[in-house]
Design a protein. Structure first.
Length: 396
């Protein structure tokens, strides 16, 4: 167990604060006495809460942290101020815990490592580089800018995924309403009239009857398929296969591919500019790709770089790395400005993603209108064809 303590020395002239490991409060007090300290306050350290920290909140935290450090405020006082001002409970607890650990003698990046849910590996790597290079303020501002750009890109990707999902949901809802509520009314009407129905009408009424009689089993089958798919997605092979297929989807796939490559380029550029070694930067970049197929390709790139290949040569052997990324990486390596070329790649691909999302929205709207109109037309024809036969029978 971890315990937070405040203790004084034998003369009572100085107060020490820190964290220590012990099996019980009595053991913690005994360890302090062995260290020549007398405890004033001793409490068990709370476990960090788990949860998702919104990126805008973390961006604001990093910007304020950089401002305080740039104004000459010591890191511990800056963290104390931020723990009082921040609104998010997870960030508040993390700021308080990091301050206590820094006061106990840990480095800032090391202390942040105890809160991985708040401070991701990339943030910790950059903070460690900033501490080593004495440029903590610059690094904190760079982190805030990177997280802000990442948030914008994530929202664009979310829009690209949500819109087709919304279209499919609307189509399924319309078809379900027709099959469950509308078509049975016509089926009862035609059944009472005793007229012979044409083939399209019989197929439509039969489908409606099947859905209404087996709706519970169909829902269970749908939920079971979702469960199997999610379980398969958690396996390495399943994640690689499904993520690879995701990149090949029409309309949406190119947007997701470019977004992942933009995230890769910006992350690698930020780490490399911050002084992180290229191999360590590639390892940290793997965690932000959010695509198992691309992550596996990046693993192979990292292996080749470790063996001595250049980054551009290693990437050129992987088809998933876009040609523009490989070409500008080669230019950056030759000119000694790899980080700047990667920033240019990221900016270009982010513009492509933005354009792709707008084009997707403008192309799906008329497609949805045509598709819904086509479905309604086919249903209407199938339902109203028997009415023409009934009118002929009544005339006779």
């Amino acid at each position: 167990m971890r315990f937070l303590y405040e203790a004084t020395d034998a003369k009572g002239e100085r107060v020490y604060r820190g964290v220590l490991e012990a099996e019980s409060p009595q053991g913690a007090r005994r360890r302090l006495r062995e260290m020549g300290l007398y405890p004033l306050r001793l409490e068990r350290a709370r476990r960090p809460k788990r949860g998702q920290v919104p990126l805008p909140e973390l961006v604001l935290f990093m910007e304020e942290f950089a401002t305080l450090v740039g104004a000459g405020v010591p890191v511990t006082q800056a963290l104390h101020t931020l723990s009082l001002e921040t609104r998010h409970p997870l960030i508040k607890e993390a700021a308080r815990g990091v301050r206590e650990r820094v006061e106990a003698g840990e480095g800032l990046a090391q202390a942040m490592g105890h809160y991985p849910g708040v401070f991701p590996p990339l943030v910790r790597a950059l903070v460690a580089a900033g501490e080593a290079g004495g440029a903590l303020e610059v690094v904190l501002r760079r982190i805030a800018e990177y997280l802000d750009k990442s948030h914008d890109l994530r929202e664009k990707v979310r829009t690209a995924l949500l819109y087709p999902s919304f279209v499919v949901a609307v189509l399924v809802l319309v078809v379900a309403v027709l099959l469950v509520f509308v078509i049975p009314v016509f089926a009862r009407l035609y059944g009472a009239a005793g007229a012979e129905l044409p083939l399209p009408t019989r197929l439509l009424i039969g489908t409606s009857l099947f859905v209404r009689q087996n709706i519970l089993w169909l829902l269970l089958l749908f939920l079971a398929l979702l469960y199997v798919l999610r379980a398969y997605r958690r396996t390495p092979g399943g994640a690689k296969l499904l993520d690879g297929l995701l990149l090949r989807l029409p309309l949406v796939g190119p947007i997701l591919h470019k977004a992942a490559m933009a995230r890769f380029a910006r992350t690698l550029a930020t780490l490399y500019e911050g002084g992180v070694l290229i191999t360590q930067a590639l390892e940290a970049t793997r965690n932000v790709l959010a695509n198992a197929a691309l992550a596996e390709a990046l693993d192979r790139v990292l292996e080749r770089v470790v063996r001595g290949e250049s980054l551009s040569a290693a990437m050129s052997r992987e088809p998933l790395f876009l040609p523009i990324v490989v070409r500008l990486t080669l230019v950056g390596e030759e000119a000694g400005s790899l980080d700047q070329m990667l920033y240019q790649v990221a900016s270009h691909l982010e513009r492509e993603v933005d354009y792709g999302v707008k084009r997707l929205s403008s192309s799906i709207e008329p497609a949805l209108t045509v598709l819904l109109g086509g479905i309604m037309l086919l249903v209407a024809l199938a339902l109203y064809l028997p009415l023409f036969d009934l009118s002929r029978i009544l005339r006779r």
